[in-house]
Structures are given as structure tokens and as C-alpha cells.
Design a protein around this ligand. Structure first.
Ligand SMILES: *[C@@H]1O[C@H](CO)[C@@H](O)[C@H](O)[C@H]1NC(C)=O
Ligand SMILES: *[C@@H]1O[C@H](CO)[C@@H](O)[C@H](O)[C@H]1NC(C)=O
Ligand SMILES: *[C@@H]1O[C@H](CO)[C@@H](O)[C@H](O)[C@H]1NC(C)=O
Length: 367
């Protein structure tokens, strides 16, 4: 009897030892996972290698009802640029055929030679469902561009609700002003502390005094990849997910809050928004040199809230590529703006015309 129970006890002890040993191994593996957080996030390959590497690349992400607006942005880029432009359009699947069709048509009409590539929204190859759950697909896509466009050195990223009043080259030149630590260039979110959003409401860190607006962004993708941007974005996103209001722009603000030396700031004339004129005119560089890029953020191109924005959009929308820039664009634009002089943004109507006027005068007509 006694011997039997001793055997039983021995068996029991052996089992306990085995179980403890097993848990220890599991724990060790867990710790190992934590230690390797800089594991590279893999993306499926996207071929854009037929682009001429020395050309300007304009990139945009388009979803939902933004097809027409995006095409109008592309048209505005083609109207004034002399350099050859490459466009990368990252689009929802159902928009891809419409983009391809329209841009092929424009290739025949535009006096400006350009290339384009329309690619689907792209997420890391491992566990795509988890990615789609964690991020709103379209809003987060731009944060992944350094890895998605992994054979492109640099891009000018713009939101779909952006229009160029100046050649794209003028903005692209700022890459030359950036020093070797700067990997992106942006304009401030505000000029005036009394109406600034971040300084009054944000519940997360942000860049500088008033934060930055991410609608017009030069991105040196090579430097962003070297920084391991995508690997850095993911933990930041997980941590601040519930505290952010403006999606990817807030994430960008958080990152540059911690790395201010990596951001170049250009002036508000490169990202001119309703906030710059709706209370009073606060963008001094636009008053002086004219607006270079207009950004109809928060739907202002399509609402009557500040008719200037709707008027500018309308003039671009109605212009047909290959048409007469003075007669078919400048004159209608001037007429539409004339009707807005009673509004707060319309008071300063010459700031919207200045660059276009200069361009038309010095270049004669582009036919
Ligand atoms: C690429 O573009 C540059 C500048 O636009 C031009 O000088 C060069 O000839 C182009 N290369 C090719 C292979 O087309
Ligand atoms: C981007 O950064 C890389 C690495 O520093 C550099 O070689 C490249 O010229 C930069 N691109 C532009 C457009 O300035
Ligand atoms: C680049 O400029 C930023 C901002 O002025 C500065 O903080 C940073 O040290 C500069 N980097 C280099 C390498 O000069």
C-alpha cells in the first residue's frame, strides 16, 4: 500500500515539473516576440519601375465619391507644369477602370507629357484582415506609402481636394531646401493661435505651436523607409487610436512632435485653406506672392460656405485639357471670383489670380 502511494506521488511531481517547464518555454517565446518589434512589415510588390526616376511623382489616394475631384486635381497639375509628371493613384477597386480610361484619354489631349499608374489599396501581406480592422482602409493608406511604393525615391502627396494654381515644379523644388535629416515637408495647420485647432482641442501630442496640415506633403520615401516609418506608425496608431480626430494627419503630427528635426515647414501659400481667410486673412505669404496650392478641406469645394472655393473648383472642372488657358480658364475664373467679393474669402480675390495671371502672361498660350 505504502509503496503504491509513493509511486503515485512521484508521478504527480513529474507531471508538475513537466507543466512548469512547458509554461516557462511559452513565456520565453513571448518575451522574444516583444524584443523583436522592429521586424519589417512586408507588403506585396507594386511595379512602378517604368517611371523615369528623375521625374516628379504626384501621389493621391482616392476612395468613395472622390473620383471626379481627384481627376480635377490631376488636371490642374497638368495645366501649369512644364516638367514631365508621373501620377500614382491608389484607388478603391471599383474606381480603377474610370481613372484608367480618363487618364488615357487625357494623354492624347494634354500638351504636357505624363505617365500614370493606378494601383489598388495595399496592406501588409501578413494577416490583412487584422490590418483592415485596425485602420480605416482609405484614411490610413497614405501612412503606408513609403512601403507600398518601395521603388520610388520621393513623392508629392496631395489630398484629393487640392488644386494647383502654379506648376508642380515650384513645390517639388523644396526637396532641395531640405537638409539631410528632413524626410517630409508640410505647412502649418494654423497661423493664428486664437482659432488653432490643435492648440485648443487636441488630446494628443502634435508638431510645433499649432500642428501641421497634411494635405500637401513632400515625402522623401527613401528617408522614411530608412527611419522605419511604417514600423513606427503602427504602435503609435494603436496607442492613440481613441484620441485622434483627423485620422492620419494626427498620426503625422504625433510622429513629428517626437522628431521635429525630420520635418521641413513651408509656408501656407502651398496649402491655402478656408481657415486662412474665413475670419480674416492670415496667410501673409499668399497675400504677398499669391496662392500656389488651394486646399478645399472639409468639403469647401462643393459647399457654398465660402463661395471662393467653389468658384475655383468650378473653373478647373469646366476647363478642357488642350483648351486656351487665358480664354477658357483665366477669364471664367476671374468672372466667378468677381461674384464673391462680398464674402470674407472673396475680399482678397487677387491672391487666387496672381499666379495664374503671371503664368498666362509669361507663357502665352499653351495649346
Ligand atoms: C528622364 O527624365 C529626365 C528629366 O526629365 C530626362 O533628362 C531623361 O532623358 C529621361 N530619361 C529617359 C530614359 O527617358
Ligand atoms: C531623398 O533622400 C535620399 C537619401 O538621403 C537622397 O539620396 C535623395 O536624393 C532624396 N530625394 C530627393 C528628391 O531629394
Ligand atoms: C535640419 O534642420 C532641422 C531644423 O532646422 C535641424 O533641427 C536639424 O538638426 C538639421 N539637420 C542637419 C543634419 O543639419
Amino acid at each position: 500500500m505504502k509503496i503504491l502511494s509513493l509511486k503515485r506521488i512521484c508521478g504527480f511531481v513529474v507531471i508538475i515539473v513537466i507543466v512548469l517547464f512547458y509554461f516557462r518555454i511559452i513565456n520565453e517565446n513571448k518575451n522574444k516576440d516583444n524584443a523583436t518589434t522592429t521586424k519589417l512589415v512586408e507588403f506585396p510588390p507594386v511595379e512602378v519601375s517604368d517611371f523615369n526616376k528623375s521625374n516628379i511623382v504626384v501621389a493621391v489616394v482616392a476612395c468613395g465619391d472622390r473620383l471626379h475631384e481627384t481627376l480635377t486635381m490631376i488636371k490642374s497639375a497638368l495645366m501649369f507644369s512644364k516638367a514631365k509628371l508621373n501620377f500614382v493613384i491608389v484607388a478603391e477597386d471599383n474606381l480603377i477602370p474610370s481613372f484608367t480610361e480618363k487618364l488615357n484619354e487625357w494623354k492624347l489631349l494634354s500638351t504636357n507629357e505624363f505617365s500614370f499608374k493606378v494601383i489598388p489599396l495595399t496592406f501588409p501581406t501578413d494577416n490583412p484582415e487584422e490590418w483592415q480592422k485596425l485602420f480605416k482602409p482609405c484614411a490610413s493608406q497614405r501612412l503606408f506609402l513609403p512601403s507600398v511604393l518601395n521603388d520610388i525615391d520621393s513623392i508629392l502627396y496631395v489630398d484629393t481636394d487640392v488644386l494647383f494654381l502654379t506648376p508642380v515644379e515650384t513645390i517639388w523644388k523644396y526637396f532641395k531646401n531640405m537638409n539631410s535629416s528632413q524626410m517630409a515637408a508640410l505647412a502649418p495647420e494654423h497661423e493664428d493661435p486664437n482659432v488653432g485647432w490643435y492648440n485648443r482641442f487636441a488630446r494628443h501630442p502634435y508638431y510645433g505651436k499649432f500642428g501641421v496640415n497634411s494635405g500637401v506633403m513632400l515625402m522623401n520615401l527613401t528617408r522614411m523607409r530608412d527611419f522605419l516609418w511604417v514600423e513606427y506608425v503602427i504602435p503609435i496608431y494603436k496607442r492613440y487610436k481613441l484620441k485622434i480626430t483627423w485620422g492620419d494627419q494626427d498620426i503625422i503630427n504625433i510622429i513629428f512632435h517626437y522628431h521635429p528635426d525630420k520635418l521641413y515647414i513651408y509656408s501656407c501659400k502651398y496649402n491655402f485653406r478656408p481657415d486662412h481667410c474665413m475670419y480674416m486673412s492670415v496667410c501673409k505669404s499668399a497675400e504677398k506672392d499669391g496662392v500656389a496650392v488651394v486646399h478645399g478641406s472639409r468639403g469647401f469645394f462643393h459647399s457654398g460656405k465660402q463661395p471662393v472655393f467653389q468658384s475655383i473648383y468650378r473653373a478647373f472642372e469646366e476647363f478642357q485639357l488642350g483648351g486656351d488657358l487665358y480664354q477658357d480658364f483665366y477669364q471664367p475664373l476671374e468672372t466667378y471670383l468677381e461674384l464673391t467679393t462680398e464674402t470674407s474669402c472673396g475680399h482678397i480675390k487677387d491672391v487666387y489670380l496672381k499666379n495664374v495671371k503671371w503664368y498666362v502672361n509669361t507663357n502665352g498660350n499653351k495649346r
